[in-house]
Structure formats: structure tokens, C-alpha cells
Design a protein around this ligand. Structure first.
Ligand code: NAD
Length: 479
């Protein structure tokens, strides 16, 4: 299999080209380096039909065999970390070792999810009846993923959906279609035809998919604005939905923190993947007692960070993944500068790639756009606070509720704060850690439903309660 060219869709186990193509741009150069198929409506119809046909037998395949196939898929993918990692860097921009880490992580994810059981709950087992609640697959799942973690976020859907007995049509982002096209091609070795179909296309493909009546469920990861459109489309025939959406995550740093110990972790929590991460720290609230020291430590880290082409050894932070996002981030920076805010920036190469310096905004007002909006780029506003209750209010004053972090040497106080944050995930003295065994989902407008953990697996099923009446003892005869 050639990972460097010939990108085709996988439909019903076959490799399929399209009459039209979309260009795929390397964000480190700004130049197109490959093309991907631009699916036509007929391609979507074929993919849905192939998935529906495959589902008939896949749902009846014993879970032990489905598990085995997922384990084989994980093993197969692990054997191709180098090829997939290089392709990942070319289309997504992330430095090569971290790109390879995502591919290896996706393989591990397939294996971790494969180990799960679908529980059967017995809600009554009396003299008169037994009631069992089973979890059966929904049918064909529509999976739509963004460009920031194009492989792992896809596997968060593929692994549980397939384990539960569903089949899938998955659409990567038009900005990063190549890795998932190639991974689907690879997994044909271990998955029956039609179980996993991957199709690529332009902006029209997502809405076609969410409107398609062949899907039982939509599992979507992307922005809140698009998530609302997805939910609207799903309402027409009551498709099930899981929505993993945007966030404007706050981290709160208490006065007792050991600055030297936490600075580099807070820095990574804000800037990993050039801050193109739903759960990145996007608002940093720091107690005034440690504000200056932490700011200086973060500025020093930004100053020594190497931003550049992810294929170059030693680069820690790649470009912004695509031009529209790059322009959005530059506009936010320009606006902040024009508003007189203090920007503390590290170095970055100039174009033609979409490079942005890691930027810290020194104590902007709460109303500044860099604070109120999800930047999804390397601009970290850090703000001073004095009063804990007041800062919890500021952290919660957001339409989003994805994740948050609390940093303190006093874990009990940090847990108290965690309970008051209106988010689906809170980390204490760590961040970004999202394992396969724990549910992840947003509160408020950050999401609907969860992924991962048992709850995430069950979102790919519907409960069925089976009542089994027991024979009643014959009435005793009178003498
Ligand atoms: P996006 O919403 O623009 O696109 C996401 C996907 O939806 C892409 O595949 C896109 O082609 C598709 N799409 C676009 N319009 C559509 C429509 N009308 N109907 C159906 N599909 C459509 O998001 P993005 O810019 O690719 O990703 C960045 C956003 O994703 C950020 O807001 C980020 O916070 C969020 N995100 C959330 C999570 C999470 O788990 N909560 C994870 C990663 C990213």
C-alpha cells in the first residue's frame, strides 16, 4: 500500500475515486501536495447502502469476533505508524513525533475499547418474571470529524460504534482527509466490506450526510455553530446525536502553587498542537500572588519554543492547520494589539506557511475578544484574580462548558473548586489527559451526550428490555 499517493475512498470494501477532487494543502508551505476525492451524492448513497448491507451480518457477528477484528485493526495500524505519521504531519502540520504519537494512540484506542463488554442489566428476577435490559446496535452511524485531531477523534467513534455492532460512514474534514482515507484502505485487511466506509468531499458533503435518511445516528465533533446545524438536520427524522463541540476552557491557578513545577505543564495545556485543541486552556486565571512569576515563566517557555515545519527535527509547534483559521487567529492578534493589549510573543518563521508565534496576552479585560471567544490558536489570555469566588464566577461566565483545570498544592481546596466549575471535565494539577475508559462530554453549548467510557459506548446502542414471564405454580388443590 502506497501512503504517498493514490488517495481513494473506501466504500463497501472497494477503493473508489470521484470525478472531482479537492486539493490538500501542507500548512507548513501553504502549497497543495495531494488531492482527495470529492464525493458526489451517489458516492454517499453507495456508502450508506454498503454500510446498511454489512450491518445485517455485523450486528449478528458475536461480540467476541467483533472485538477480535478491532484488536487486529489496532495491531495493523501500529505497524504503520511511520507512514501514517509522516502523512499526518504533511496534511495537519503537527511535528512528526507528535503525529506518530497520535497514530500509535489511535491503535491503542482500538485495543482499549475492544476490551469492553456490553452489559446486560437484570432489573428484576422474581418468582413471576425476569427482566433483562440488552443494548442493541443502532444501525448505520454517520461520523463527522474536524481537522485538529483527525485520526484519534475518528477512532473515538469507529471503535465503540463497531464494537457495539453498528457500521459506519465516516467523513474527515476537507482540510485533513488523507490519513483516514489511507487508514480505511489499510483496515480492509481486517474488517468485512462495508463495516467502515470513509468518504471525503467538499463543504457540501456534511449537510448531505446529516440529511440522509439511511443513518440512525450522527456522531459529530466540531464547532458549536456547526453542531447546532447538525442537530437541526437530525431532528427531521429523529436521528440520535452525539455532539462534541467547542470550548473556552478556563484554568485557575491558586496562590499556593509551585510555579517552577507547574509552568511547563500549564504551557503545554495551553499551546499543545499550536493550541488547536478543544480542551486547551484558553483562559488562564492566576492569583495575584503568583501572577508575575508564572507570566515570566510562560513567556520564557514561549521564547524558547521552536515553531516551524513539523517535518524538521526539533520543531515543537507546527503551523495553524488551514488558511481560514490562520487568518482568524491573525485578526484576533491584530485586534488585541490595536486595542492596546500587551502581547508577549515567542519567535515564529514568516510565511508562506501558516505560522503564528506563541502569544501570551498580559491581563486583558474580561470583555476582550481574546477572552470571550474560543481562539483555537496560540493566543493565551492570562488574567489576575484576588478573590476565589469571584474568579469561579468569571470562569463559568461562558456559553461553553467543555473542560477546566485547577492548579494548587492543596488538593482538597482544588477539588472544592472543581465541583463549582460548570464543565464536563476538570483536571487538578494536570490537563489534556483523556483516557478511553472515562466519559468525556461538554456541558452547556460544548456538547450533547458523551464519548468514551461505558456511557460513550452505550451511546452507540439502544436499550431493549426483555420481559420473561415465569411459570406460575399451580394453585393448591383443596382436599
Ligand atoms: P467545523 O464545525 O467547521 O467542522 C467539523 C466537521 O464538520 C468537518 O468535517 C466539516 O467538514 C463538517 N461540517 C461543516 N459544516 C457542516 C454541516 N453544515 N453539516 C455537517 N457537517 C459539517 O469545525 P472545525 O473547524 O473542523 O474544528 C474546530 C472546532 O471543533 C472547534 O470549535 C473545536 O473546539 C471543536 N472540537 C471539539 C472537540 C470535542 O471533543 N469537544 C474536539 C475537537 C474539536
Amino acid at each position: 500500500m502506497d501512503w504517498r499517493s493514490d488517495y481513494r475512498m473506501t466504500i463497501g470494501g472497494e477503493l473508489v475515486s470521484a470525478a472531482e477532487t479537492i486539493e490538500v494543502i501542507n500548512p507548513a508551505t501553504g502549497a497543495a501536495f495531494a488531492t482527495a476525492p470529492r464525493a458526489a451524492r451517489e458516492d454517499l448513497d453507495r456508502a450508506v447502502a454498503a454500510a446498511a448491507l454489512a450491518q445485517k451480518s455485523w450486528r449478528r457477528t458475536p461480540i467476541a469476533e467483533r472485538r477480535e477484528r478491532l484488536l487486529l485493526a489496532g495491531e495493523l495500524l501500529r505497524g504503520h505508524v511511520a507512514e501514517a505519521g509522516r502523512l499526518f504531519t504533511l496534511e495537519q502540520g503537527r511535528p512528526l513525533p507528535l503525529a506518530e504519537y497520535e497514530i500509535a494512540g489511535a491503535a491503542a484506542w482500538l485495543e482499549a475499547v475492544a476490551a469492553r463488554e456490553l452489559p446486560v442489566e437484570v432489573t428484576e428476577d422474581s418468582d413471576v418474571r425476569r427482566i433483562e435490559v440488552h443494548h442493541e446496535p443502532l444501525g448505520v452511524v454517520c461520523a463527522i470529524v474536524p481537522w485538529n485531531f483527525p485520526v484519534s477523534l475518528a477512532m473515538w467513534k469507529v471503535a465503540p460504534a463497531l464494537l457495539a455492532g453498528n457500521t459506519m460512514v465516516l467523513k474527515p474534514s476537507p482540510f485533513t482527509p488523507l490519513c483516514m482515507l489511507k487508514i480505511a484502505e489499510l483496515l480492509r485487511e481486517v474488517l468485512p466490506p462495508g463495516v467502515l466506509n470513509v468518504i471525503s468531499g467538499g463543504d457540501e458533503l456534511g449537510p448531505w450526510m446529516t440529511a440522509h435518511e439511511g443513518f440512525a445516528k450522527i456522531s459529530f465533533t466540531g464547532s458549536t455553530a456547526t453542531g447546532k446545524r447538525v442537530m437541526e438536520a437530525a431532528a427531521k427524522d429523529l436521528k440520535r446525536v452525539t455532539l462534541e463541540l467547542g470550548g473556552n476552557d478556563a484554568a485557575i491557578v491558586l496562590a499556593d502553587v509551585d510555579v517552577e513545577k507547574v509552568a511547563s505543564r500549564i504551557f503545554q495545556g495551553a499551546f499543545f498542537n499550536s493550541a488547536q485543541l478543544c480542551v486547551a486552556t484558553k483562559r488562564l486565571y492566576v492569583h495575584e500572588a503568583v501572577y508575575d512569576r508564572l507570566r515570566d515563566a510562560l513567556v520564557a517557555l514561549a521564547g524558547s519554543a521552536r515553531v516551524g515545519d513539523g517535518l524538521e527535527p526539533g520543531v515543537g509547534f507546527g503551523p495553524i492547520q488551514n488558511r481560514p483559521q490562520y487568518e482568524r487567529v491573525l485578526k484576533l492578534i491584530d485586534e488585541a494589539r490595536a486595542a492596546g493589549l500587551t502581547l508577549l510573543q515567542g519567535p515564529a518563521p514568516s510565511g508562506p506557511g501558516y505560522f503564528v508565534p506563541l502569544t501570551i496576552v498580559d491581563d486583558p479585560p474580561e470583555t476582550a475578544r481574546v477572552v470571550t471567544e474560543e481562539a483555537f490558536g496560540p493566543i493565551l489570555p492570562m488574567m489576575r484574580f484576588k478573590d476565589l469566588d469571584e474568579v469561579i464566577g468569571r470562569a463559568n461566565d461562558s456559553e461553553y462548558g467543555l473542560a477546566g483545570a485547577v492548579w494548587s498544592s492543596d488538593v482538597a481546596s482544588a477539588v472544592e473548586v472543581a465541583h463549582q466549575l460548570e464543565t464536563g471535565t476538570v483536571w487538578i494539577n494536570e490537563n489534556l489527559h483523556l483516557p478511553a475508559h472515562t466519559p468525556f462530554g461538554g456541558h452547556k453549548q460544548s456538547g450533547f451526550g458523551v464519548e468514551n467510557g461505558l456511557s460513550g459506548l452505550l451511546e452507540f446502542t439502544r436499550p431493549k428490555s426483555i420481559y420473561i414471564s415465569k411459570p406460575r405454580p399451580a394453585p393448591a388443590r383443596s382436599a
